[in-house]
Write a protein that binds this ligand. Structure first.
Ligand code: SF4
Ligand code: SF4
Length: 378
């Protein structure tokens, strides 16, 4: 399954339209789309952030995909995501406005989803019988996933597979973090979810990417590219190669390789567009967190105390910068372990119950939570 990689200098409408049209052409995607289809666009709208912060998918990509679909005669196009936090009409409207989605659909036939209902889809999974999924995704005939290229403190990479976690409705996402608190199990669940949602096309916004402590507290980096493919697993293997992260540090890609969903070597994946071999960035910063998973390898009778000790000594942990904290409570709302309290307008973490999922770090609007690595784990 080939991956299309194109240079994209900036976010002008003209440049991104050229790139999006070329991806459809290179991958032969136009042939898969019928005019009467319900098409769903799934950008990464993790939180209320200006597009220039490189946290969310840039609206120029959403607009260009809508324009391309309109050119094919498609009229039923919905833009939908379930960002972090509450999944309500008010929360969605605020995020659409701030992230530039309202502007992306203006003057087109596309609509922004405000339906906050959800249903379930049977999962092809060893871990869960079914996934709760937002309604417009369940109703779509053709799904186009539009991730932003970012590092991710928990999963290593935020790309094609991780973007699909946003089809799980609102605060059900923290429940999944809690149920699958070991990183390997969480990533395995994400691979199951990607197989269940099965997007027909994925186009990655990597014009400005996020390096370091992504997906929301990292650093913007101009990478001037866009990647696309029909399968998220092949695409993520190429993205991992590009950012220079070993497979062992991105368990979604590791799991996909174990299940033969993509090749172990990026060199085995055919690429087209502006490159003939997978490109490498060379200086992409990795997240400070490196999750520590010992669960599988420790004998049962000592597992609990050993895990407790290892977690305390080695696992990176979220630390509140109280000078920056504005007491908004978004971290507490997103914490699956319910281990954060707001006292005197400042967030406080009870580390005894922390499962190191970094949801709080991801959702803090002012980057007041940083990740502290243990000196022993360096
Ligand atoms: S404190 Fe943060 S890292 Fe710990 S469980 Fe809560 S959200 Fe996850
Ligand atoms: S740490 Fe961040 S998310 Fe939590 S209350 Fe403070 S400002 Fe809000």
């Amino acid at each position: 399954m080939k991956v299309s990689i194109l240079k994209a200098s900036d976010y002008t409408d003209r440049e991104i339209q050229r790139v999006v049209d070329a991806h459809f052409s290179l991958l032969g995607a136009d042939r898969d789309i019928r005019r009467d289809m319900k098409v769903l666009l799934k950008p990464n709208l993790v939180m209320k952030r200006d597009p220039e912060s490189a946290t969310t998918t840039h609206p120029a990509f959403v607009k260009a995909v809508i324009r391309h679909l309109e050119g094919l005669g498609v009229t039923d196009i919905t833009v939908a995501d379930s960002p972090g936090g509450l999944y309500s009409r008010a929360a969605l409207s605020g995020i659409y406005d701030t992230c530039g989605m309202a502007g992306a659909v203006a003057g087109t036939c596309a609509k922004l989803n405000l339906d906050t209902t959800s249903g379930t889809r049977a999962a092809d999974s060893r871990l869960v019988p079914e996934f709760p999924i937002i309604t417009p995704v369940l109703q779509a005939d053709y799904i186009i996933s539009l991730p932003k290229l970012k590092t991710h403190c928990m999963t290593g990479l935020s790309g094609g597979v991780k973007n699909l976690f946003g089809v799980i409705p609102g605060l059900t996402k923290p429940e999944f973090h809690y149920r699958f608190s070991e990183n390997a199990r969480f990533c395995s669940m994400l691979v199951d979810l990607a197989g269940t949602v099965s997007p027909s096309l994925t186009i990655v916004d990597a014009v400005d990417s996020m390096e370091g402590d992504g997906p929301s507290a990292g650093i913007k980096k101009h990478t001037g590219l866009s990647f696309a493919g029909k399968g998220p697993f092949f695409l993520d293997r190429i993205l991992l190669e590009y950012i220079g992260m070993p497979v062992s540090e991105c368990l979604t890609v590791h799991e996909a390789i174990q299940r033969s969903l993509c090749p172990s070597s990026a060199a085995q994946i055919p690429v087209c567009g502006d490159f003939t071999t997978p490109p490498r960035c060379g200086d992409f910063r990795m997240p400070r967190s490196k999750h520590v998973d010992f669960g599988e390898s420790i004998p049962g009778f000592v597992r609990k105390p050993a895990l407790y000790l290892a977690n305390r000594l080695l696992t990176p942990r979220p630390v509140i910068r109280h000078n920056n904290c504005i007491g908004c409570g978004k971290c507490a709302q997103s914490c699956p372990a319910k281990t954060i309290r707001i006292q005197k307008k400042k967030a406080r973490i009870d580390y005894r119950s922390c499962i190191h999922c970094f949801c709080c770090h991801e959702m803090c609007p002012v980057s007041a939570i940083h990740i502290r690595r243990s000196p022993l784990s360096r």
